[in-house]
Design a protein around this ligand. Structure first.
Ligand SMILES: [Zn+2]
Length: 283
């Protein structure tokens, strides 16, 4: 995988599986590089089921980031549309990153523990327990690749489709990272500004692929600049001895504590590919 010229997933439709990312990128120069493609019925069903099975009605309007939602009186969402983002330049970075992680596993004979194998975590990732075989196709579990939800306002969705995520524009409880969740109920909190909540207008969220790699689990808020060193747990560690033999740093942070929702954070945009846009309304 590391040595091969990477191609888009087989179920993508724009380039008919014949071209590598490099060829597709060269051909796309001067054109808009990103297209929104209608999903198959099977994909739509898989994503609707995933949203339904991970929705937490009991947490609607609960918690600091939900401010204003309790007043608009809804318990659920209805999906109106699902589109796939086919963006060869953003996807190339992502699949290269995935290939490098696979190389790390092979080269250093390393095992990347699953979240539920890490002592202080509260269990497996809900989206991955609930994804059906349609969405599981082509996912690489050994590097902890998962589908997760990302919430943002409608006006930023096209930017994400065009350029991918940008952790430099974010600043959350765990630092400038890209944040995702295993429940769409968490993402819905970010679909509109806290002072301008409404039930009528269409909202959007992203279903993203995320490479969690080696996961650091924490229950304590801390503004990480990057995932911490595996040896000393310092996020700014410069100790070359700690970096030897491919040991280095974790790849992601999972906030798993007293909160209503766990959060999944990466600090490098090449670890995420925003693959689907879900358009919905609150009901
Ligand atoms: Zn260190």
């Amino acid at each position: 995988m590391y040595l091969s010229d990477l191609k888009p997933p087989l179920y993508w439709t724009l380039n008919e599986h014949t071209k590598t990312f490099k060829e597709w990128n060269c051909q796309s120069i001067n054109k808009r590089c990103c297209e929104l493609v209608p999903v198959s019925q099977r994909e739509r069903f898989a994503i609707e089921s995933l949203v339904k099975d991970t929705w937490k009605a009991e947490f609607v309007g609960i918690g600091r980031d939900s401010r204003g939602l309790e007043a608009i009186n809804y318990r659920n969402i209805e999906i109106l549309n699902v589109e796939r983002i086919e963006n060869p330049s953003v996807a190339e970075r992502y699949f290269q990153c995935r290939a490098r992680m696979c190389y790390k596993v092979g080269q250093f004979k390393r095992h990347f523990p699953k979240l539920e194998e890490i002592g202080c975590s509260s269990g497996p990732i809900l989206t991955s327990r609930k994804t059906n075989n349609t969405l599981k196709r082509g996912m690489v579990h050994m590097v902890n690749e998962h589908y997760l939800f990302h919430g943002t306002t409608v006006n930023l969705i096209n930017n994400i489709a065009d350029q991918g995520f940008d952790q430099r524009l974010s600043n959350g409880m765990f630092g400038a990272g890209i944040y995702a969740a295993e429940s769409p109920t968490k993402c819905d909190q970010y679909a509109d500004p806290k002072g301008q909540r409404d039930k009528k207008s269409e909202k959007k969220m992203i279903l993203t692929r995320m490479l969690l790699g080696e996961i650091f689990v924490t229950d304590t808020p801390y503004s990480f600049r990057r995932p911490p060193c595996k040896t000393c747990k310092d996020d700014e560690c410069c100790e070359s001895f700690h970096n030897s033999q491919g040991n280095g740093s974790y790849d992601s942070v999972v906030a798993d504590g007293i909160w209503n929702f766990r959060e999944f954070i990466v600090y490098d945009s090449s670890q995420c590919y925003p693959e689907y846009i879900i358009t919905y309304k609150r009901t």
